[in-house]
Design a protein around this ligand. Structure first.
Ligand code: ADP
Ligand code: MG
Length: 261
């Protein structure tokens, strides 16, 4: 299912339906002539966990910035379910179903877990319209469902500031999940987590994959092995290698610039 690396070589799709959830092609951005991302192409399948690895400064975070519309591309294309994202605003990209978690959690410390999830629930999406009691029930059910997934169902009334570092990271993933994105992008989600929290985060990612794809930047190779269907290695703004973890970790070029250090 995750064998397709080239456009058109994926499983046969329905006529007119895109093969890939995300197709990044010849993506380039220059900052004052410096190409932080240089002719990058990769393709993400539905239900795939893709991990981007590479040395510091390789351009990993910039790729996520480009996909979520925070940074504008100098050249190339980003197609999400066939829609060109490079022309859309950040909020239109969120509306299209792309969620992004940044390196530092942006949760509201003085609100409870429940309230943090509640304010993240998308407005105006309910089929019940003005029937607020039905909406309230729908929101409450979804909050409980997400809280269970992120291991915080017993902490719904806790103020976010009292959560552990790992729990704060999960809460932020929950705030994205409540919007039900089809593409979820996470920048170094297990940085600073304990071994036990890393294991639970891997479990969480395997669970949330149903019906969506996840694009993760990570340095922890044990964690990458736990979660990745495929790995894309960036180096100096370019794709250096791509494939299964097994393949990538035995690639001499990857060992030389990254894994060997
Ligand atoms: P990574 O996440 O792989 O560590 P980044 O994507 O953060 O790398 O950065 C890639 C390169 O682009 C770095 O050299 C960084 O200094 C540069 N860079 C990133 N954003 C900007 C920006 N807005 N303006 C200028 N240079 C930038
Ligand atoms: Mg980064």
């Amino acid at each position: 299912m995750h064998a397709a690396l080239l456009p058109g070589s994926g499983p046969a799709a329905a006529p007119g339906a895109p093969d890939f959830l995300l197709a990044v092609e010849a993506l380039t951005v220059s900052f004052d002539g410096f190409k932080a991302v240089n002719d990058v192409s990769f393709y993400v399948d539905p239900d795939e966990i893709r991990v981007i690895i590479g040395p510091n400064g390789a351009g990993k975070t910039t790729v996520l910035d480009l996909i979520c519309g925070r940074t504008k591309a100098s050249a190339g294309s980003i197609k999400y379910k066939g829609t060109e994202l490079t022309r859309l605003s950040e909020s239109a990209i969120v509306q299209a179903g792309v969620g992004r978690k940044f390196q530092t959690p942006s949760i509201y410390d003085d609100l409870t877990v429940f309230e943090n999830l509640e304010i993240s629930f998308p407005r105006g999406r309910t089929v019940f319209g003005a029937l607020t009691f039905k909406r309230d029930a729908e929101v409450r059910d979804r909050i409980h469902e997400v809280a269970a997934m992120i291991f915080l169902k017993d902490h719904l009334d806790a103020r976010a500031e009292f959560l552990s570092h790992g729990q704060k990271q999960w809460l932020e993933i929950g705030m994205l999940l409540i919007q039900d994105p089809e593409l979820l992008m996470l920048d170094e989600p297990v940085a600073g987590m304990s071994v036990a929290e890393r294991r639970k985060t891997a479990e969480l990612l395997h669970q949330i994959i149903k019906g969506r794809s996840v694009l993760v930047i990570e340095h922890d190779m044990k964690f990458v092995e736990d979660i990745a269907h495929r790995v894309t290695v960036l180096h100096q703004g370019r794709v250096l290698s791509e494939g299964s973890m097994e393949r990538v970790k035995n690639d001499p070029r990857v060992i030389e610039v990254y894994l060997g250090h």
